[in-house]
Design a protein around this ligand. Structure first.
Ligand code: HEC
Ligand code: HEC
Length: 418
């Protein structure tokens, strides 16, 4: 059978030979690959609790799901994708009985000009979205930590400010579809019956307005300042360009990937004389000053780093595995336990007693840390990277989120290609 063959070749390593979501690679991902035997599908344009249409399944297979390990399969022919739809449906006996009930109408898009953000904000509050998603959508609501899905796995509410990781899409029409149909198999309810669709559009435009306008792959160039903005809420920061970066965890604990809660950070820089203030903001669903505390390490590659540190993901594994010792990095480590930062050029995150203290100010508000570290300017262009530990997620030592190297420059490149 064509569907079965394509499934075994492309899908079974994650979704399992019998479609139970238990393939050999499954333990290494959060969320887990779908178990197709229960018939519950998250992303549908059908009423809550009813099966997906064939088009719904075809769409997910074709585009994949942002923010998860489910890739898009546009490389497979359309015929093959339709065969896969039929094969997946055959794995869930209950799908043969239940009828999909496509949503008849998704109402009328008022367009950006017809959007009433204050009304959308009020609906967000009145409908209780904050209990799970947090007051400002950063996945830090009081219920966020205790939710589970129908497959028995813990599940986090979506961070609604991270448009790029919304699985069902970030446009207002995608958000209206999610609100009308819910996300079956998860605690995300459907609001299609309870709320008029015109209101759901206003809510969707509000959600669109709180999505971060990230600048990916931007260089970090300090803005000249008369006086260093050492407080995270200094008014000057509103005028300083940002550089955004994804952070992720790839650390295996007992053969499974350590579930990460911190997935994004934003960096800004300002300079006065030879001093540099670096502001870093990141979303973390809980403020943890206890044990283990929230922590952040800011790493610069010294001009002569010796051996190359390709990624902080494995650093400083060299030494741990009996190697010659990890190349030293220029580290500043801040801890929420003390509120202080310490710095040294070191070959591991355990800084020596001789580490200097560095001025640092941080505040935590509605699921977001903002931290300013003040330090001498590096004096030359150098790569910079972040390591972030969420104490509330049990992060400590090698269980952490890391960024790739970002580009720090002392000033705008005079020789930029026109
Ligand atoms: C690298 C791992 C991986 C591979 C390979 C993979 N998937 Fe997935 N798939 C996932 C994950 C993870 C999810 C769950 C995402 C979520 O829950 O948000 C998923 C979810 C799905 C869903 C669920 C959609 C819904 O609405 O609930 C469908 C359908 C699907 N995959 C089909 C396929 C098909 C067909 C193939 C092969 C052509 C395939 N997948 C290959 C990881 C994978
Ligand atoms: C009981 C907890 C709970 C409540 C209340 C709740 N949500 Fe959710 N929501 C979730 C969870 C959990 C997910 C993640 C589902 C997943 O990742 O598969 C989610 C997902 C979403 C998504 C889809 C994100 C994506 O990846 O495409 C949107 C949009 C959303 N919620 C908006 C809202 C809005 C707006 C409200 C209020 C009207 C609300 N939610 C109320 C728990 C909740």
């Amino acid at each position: 059978m064509a569907g079965r063959d394509a499934y075994v070749t492309n899908c079974a390593r994650c979704h399992g030979d019998a479609g139970k979501g238990d393939g050999p690679d499954a333990a290494r991902m959060i969320p887990r690959p779908r178990d197709f035997t229960t018939g519950a599908y998250k992303f549908r344009l059908t009423a809550s609790g009813t099966p997906p249409t064939d088009e719904d399944v075809f769409r997910t297979i074709s585009t994949g799901l942002a923010g998860t390990r489910m890739p898009g399969w546009e490389g497979l022919s359309e015929d093959t994708r339709w065969h896969l739809v039929a094969y997946l449906k055959s794995l869930a006996p209950n799908l043969a009985q239940a009828q999909p009930q496509p949503v008849a109408s998704f109402g009328k898009d008022p367009g950006p000009k017809g959007a009433d953000l204050a009304k959308g904000r009020k609906l967000y509050t009145d409908l209780g979205c904050a209990a799970c998603h947090g007051a400002f959508g950063r996945a830090d609501g009081p219920s966020a930590k205790t939710l589970a899905d129908d497959w028995g796995q813990p599940i986090r509410p979506a961070n609604l400010t991270h448009g790029w990781e919304l699985r069902g899409g970030a446009e207002p029409r995608d958000l209206v579809a999610r609100l009308m149909t819910g996300v079956d198999g998860t605690p995300m309810p459907s609001y299609g019956d309870a709320v008029p669709v015109a209101d759901l559009w206003q809510l969707a435009y509000y959600l669109r307005s709180i999505q971060e306008s990230a600048r990916w792959n931007a260089p970090i160039i300090p803005t000249p300042a008369a006086a260093l903005p050492v407080a995270p809420d200094d008014a000057m920061w509103a005028t300083v360009p940002r550089a955004d970066v994804l952070v992720w965890s790839n650390v295996y604990v007992d053969g499974a990937i350590a579930p990460t809660t911190v997935t994004w950070a934003m960096v800004q820089a300002a300079a006065a004389g030879d001093q540099l203030a670096i502001r870093i903001a990141w979303d973390d669903p809980s403020e943890d000053r206890g044990s283990p505390p929230d922590q952040l390490a800011l790493a610069f590659k010294p001009a002569v780093a010796g051996r190359e540190v390709g990624s902080l993901q494995s650093w400083p594994a060299d030494a741990a595995h009996g190697g010659p010792g990890a190349p030293a990095l220029d580290l500043t480590i801040w801890s929420a336990a003390t509120g202080a930062a310490r710095a040294a050029v070191a070959g591991s995150f355990d800084l020596p007693d001789t580490a200097e203290s560095r001025p640092a100010q941080a505040h935590y508000e509605h699921g977001r840390w903002s931290l300013v570290i003040t330090r001498p300017r590096p004096g030359a262009a150098t790569p910079l990277a972040l390591v972030i530990w969420d104490g509330g997620n049990g992060d400590t030592g090698r269980r952490r989120s890391v960024s790739s190297w970002m580009d720090y420059q002392e000033k705008e490149n005079a020789h930029a290609i026109p």
